[in-house]
Design a protein around this ligand. Structure first.
Ligand SMILES: [Zn+2]
Length: 287
């Protein structure tokens, strides 16, 4: 029986018997770990009231070499994030990050990167740095990068060259989730020939996604979150961020080959980025 110490984020909790829980946690050093927490509601338990979602925990558990379920021995709260539970949209955004982390986390593997980016997403929600939607899309972009699935946003995914927008108003670009993102016209034809589904997306959505990603890097350097950059800076309205979310969550679903529960109601609406949805209204149409 090895005794293991690690940090942890609780991904899920299930009641077990009268007074115990089974918890699934994400740890940086050991990936996803499943643990029993016996007598968790007794004040004498060494993890009493320490197994809430969104907090960063310090845990100690024992697990045999062939076991899938370890025994939680001790848990303390390293960083409490009570505000994530205080408002429903913030809570839902936090749950969505935990759900994606749960899908990607491998048992027994180093998941330091996934742990850090999930923890950072929860911290952004706790400290209310950006809107829920911006926090969500920022996490989704980092998540895709950690999985090696980041979409090409500015250049062609296949040849790395320029991928100019099509001459339309508003401008649209050739895009294929299966071929890795934005494509130039020749690579778009190549992707189609290779049986990838190839469509188009409004260019502003990809530029806004790139901007959110760049903003995250700037804030990591302690520089202002927006503005000051030459080039493509545009106001990140909630409408635009919703369309970035729409694009990213469909992209994630495609690659995970599943639709996470936290994407269901948002993606039940028609695709917000189709040509029909983005058609500029004729002047004076009054509709
Ligand atoms: Zn190309």
């Amino acid at each position: 029986m090895a005794l293991v110490s690690d940090k942890a984020l609780v991904l899920r909790r299930y009641p077990w018997g009268e007074s115990s829980l089974i918890v699934h946690v994400l740890t940086p050093g050991h990936g996803r770990v499943h643990l029993t927490a016996r007598g968790v509601f007794r004040p004498t338990a060494r993890y009493f009231a320490a197994l809430d979602l969104f907090d960063t925990l310090e845990i100690e558990y024992s697990m045999g070499p062939q076991q899938e379920l370890g025994n939680l021995r001790r848990a303390t709260i390293g960083r409490r994030r009570a505000r994530v539970c205080a408002k429903l949209p913030v809570y839902r955004t936090g749950l969505a990050a935990l759900e994606l982390a749960d899908i990607a986390a491998r048992p027994g593997q180093d998941e330091g990167r996934l742990f850090r980016l999930t923890e950072a997403a929860l911290e952004r929600l706790e400290t209310n740095q950006v809107s829920c939607t911006e926090s969500r899309v920022s996490f989704e972009l980092q998540y895709l990068r950690a999985l090696g699935l980041a979409p090409a946003l500015l250049h062609c995914a296949a040849c790395g060259g320029q991928a100019p927008a099509l001459p339309e108003d508003p401008p649209r670009v050739i895009f294929s989730a299966g071929a890795g993102g934005r494509l130039c016209a020749p690579c778009g034809a190549g992707a189609r020939a290779a049986s990838h589904r190839v469509g188009t997306l409004p260019e502003d959505v990809l530029l806004a996604a790139a901007q959110v990603d760049a903003g995250r890097e700037r804030s990591a350097d302690n520089k202002p979150n927006r503005g000051g950059d030459a080039g493509s800076s545009q106001p990140l309205t909630e409408e635009l961020l919703d369309r970035v979310r729409d694009f990213l969550e469909r992209f994630i679903d495609f690659h995970l080959e599943t639709r996470p529960r936290s994407h269901e109601s948002f993606l039940a609406a028609p695709n917000r980025n189709t040509r029909a949805a983005r058609q500029p209204r004729p002047h004076g149409a009054g509709l």
